[in-house]
Write a protein that binds this ligand. Structure first.
Ligand code: FAD
Length: 281
């Protein structure tokens, strides 16, 4: 399996740096091909702006999504953006790794999404009509690939529990898991979250690293979060509301978009999976 790890931390000697090394070593030991996009080390340009569309006439108004669509179609995206799209096409699985900063991803990673998710590639895909609202939420150009988050938090696990003051972690990560990953088609695996990262000693690091290795061993096989597919019949078109009667009574908000079972795409050959080889790693 080809794995792309998009890594957003400015310090290689950080906890995140150590966990990245653990993940990459395990994946390589399992026989996977791994590429890392180390955004700070790459000097990734976070803000999308006019410089992203160098062929746009100087006096033309910048309409980002139109310019993105035209540049994607013409093969005129900037080389850094095109390089990341090529990596996404190459990958069977994509991991986004970051420390939770202000309950979301660091700006540099958000800027990676803003710039790399070109229109026609990650959105604006498929038929848009009275009968169909595009290929998205489970369909799209990234369908058939898997994705997951590796996240570290300063807060405790209880702070992110069902009654925790920060809000449940699955709710906080919903805009990323559902809005950024499921939207263009990924099968999204449950996140790996290392809580209370400021209080990690050697023993806790060893335990966390082993849990992460286990998640890497099951990257190809773990059931994804059972988000409902947009075009699977659960939503009305064009209002895109969940049909009456779906969702357990009393369920509201993000949880409504969880269906009954796994929505994984039909099995594709993902190469090496957990098995005998895993025991050697
Ligand atoms: P580091 O600071 O590098 O390390 C954390 C601990 O791990 C240290 O004790 C270090 O000694 C230890 N460690 C590192 N490497 C190893 C190793 N190899 N072996 C053993 N131990 C090791 N937290 C929240 O919960 N919610 C928020 O909204 C939030 N917002 C933030 C916003 C900003 C701008 C910042 C700077 C922090 C925020 N935090 C928040 C805290 C943040 O999530 C944590 O600081 C971060 O997750 C820690 O990851 P790190 O890689 O930076 O850890």
């Amino acid at each position: 399996m080809n794995v792309l790890l998009v890594y957003a931390h400015p310090e290689p000697r950080s906890l995140n740096g150590a966990l990245r090394d653990v993940a990459v070593a395990e994946l390589q030991c399992l026989g996977h091909e791994v590429q890392v996009s180390d955004l700070y080390a790459m000097g990734w340009k976070a803000a999308i702006d006019r410089a992203d569309f160098p062929t746009l006439a100087a006096d033309e108004r910048l309409a980002i999504s139109d310019a993105s669509k035209a540049a994607f179609k013409a093969g005129e995206l900037t080389p850094d953006v095109q390089g990341e799209i090529d990596k996404l096409r190459w990958a069977d699985a994509v991991i986004l790794q970051f420390p939770l900063w202000w309950f979301s991803m660091p700006a540099i990673l958000k800027g990676w999404v803003d710039r790399v998710y070109a229109r026609g590639f990650a959105y604006g895909v498929g038929e848009h009509s009275d009968k169909r609202w595009g290929d998205r939420y489970g369909e799209g150009n990234l369908a058939g690939k898997r994705a997951m988050l590796i996240v570290t938090t300063g807060g405790w696990e209880t702070h992110y529990g069902a009654r925790g003051v920060n809000g449940p972690i699955d709710d906080l990560l919903f805009p990323i898991n559902h809005g950024i990953l499921f939207y263009p088609g990924f099968d999204v695996l449950p996140p790996f979250v290392a809580y209370q990262a400021g209080r990690i000693d050697e023993a806790k690091f060893a335990a966390t690293a082993e849990q992460l290795r286990e998640r890497m061993r099951t990257l190809a096989t773990a059931p994804p979060i059972p988000y409902r597919r947009q075009n699977g019949g659960d939503y009305l078109i064009p209002s895109m509301e969940l049909r009456a009667g779906l969702g357990a009574p009393g369920t509201n908000g993000f949880a409504l978009h969880l269906g009954e079972g796994p929505t994984a795409h039909p099995a594709i050959d993902r190469g090496t999976t957990a098995g005998d080889k895993a025991k050697d790693c």
